[in-house]
Design a protein. Sequence first.
Length: 430
Amino acid sequence: MGAAARDTIFALSSGALPAGIAVVRVSGAQAGAALHALAGRIPEPRRAVSATLYDQERAMLDRALLLWLPGPGSATGEDIAEFHLHGGRAVVAAVLAALGELPGLRMAEPGEFTRRAFSNGRFDLAQAEGLADLLAAETEAQRRQALRQAEGGLGKLVAGWRERLLGLAARVEAAIEFAEDEDDVPALAPADLAGMVLLAADMEESLRQPPAERLRDGVRIVVAGPTNAGKSSLINILAGREAAIASPVAGTTRDLIEIPLSIGGMPCLLIDSAGLREGGGQVEQIGMARARGAIEAADLILWLGPPGESPDRDRSILVRTKADLGKAGSGAADVATSTVTGEGLAALRDLLESRVRSLLPPADGIALNARHRERVAEAVEELRAGEKQGDILFVAEHLRQARIALDRITGRAGVEDMLDALFGRFCIGK
């Protein structure tokens, strides 16, 4: 452990000031000394007591509640002291300044409390990622999924795979170990081959589930169609505000307009796009090119044009707009709407909610992000390669590499290349 990791750190660990209460947290070997220096005492473990705080000049700082949480049974695995202060900016600034004057203490860096908890085995890397997502959650679906991961849901899934993998590896290694000579090494047992096939299939099933990024960043819904189809008017109705300029002039929308919103508690990104038509000026042509790119990248398309011209029927909801004008349109639409009378809007919202829900991880499932999927795919590749090997020595190596790939998900193997980026997402007090 480096010198920086041995430092005792402190920071404001509660919300923005001013507030009713502000919590200043201290973690490290000097946490008890910090309590004694400011409060003149160290309270009983895990029992809140009130005390008057003083700086080194014996000037009164605040009347506060103290908590003493000795390690390793604390959030970071180290000794922790907490000062529950009156939540004024000047009060907190004075206490932080007094802590900064004590020997061996320094201000924490972003995510440093959480990184110490990870380093001290309080949770694994996947749980740390879940905590980061929980802090950033804005919708109910995001909160549920992040909480499940922060509570170790992904770690338990990976641990189950790892246990099966270790069982296979142990039997293979035993077969190699007890062979009398190199020429006497047996082939892979049929049961072990079946175990590898089944384990790889289970991992592949997890890779087929909707990705975590879609839940974190929102389902991308592009509203597309020809010019003057009513896209911007529909966008404004769905967003509940005047997010896009609605005009009877064709080609009003030239660029992509992105509106984050929640549909049924699920995160979505609604995108207004330029109307598609032949011709148009240079700027409009650029807008249409961007619209086509957005359609290509969309998770779901609200297509307001002729149903037969939908760019991708499987990803589309076909919407006939301006139903109040009595236009039948060509082909069968999924829903007919009018932003003037409100006709069909409730049905469209219900249809949207159903389609969005189908594109997100199930409420009781575990979603893999890009890093997790990459590692699981590596493990699957090693298992599939092992299945095809006739030499059990090579099988043993493929099993070892598969285990390393899984260990990188939870941080058992080297992951220093991404730790700084992960913990940098946290605020100072985390």
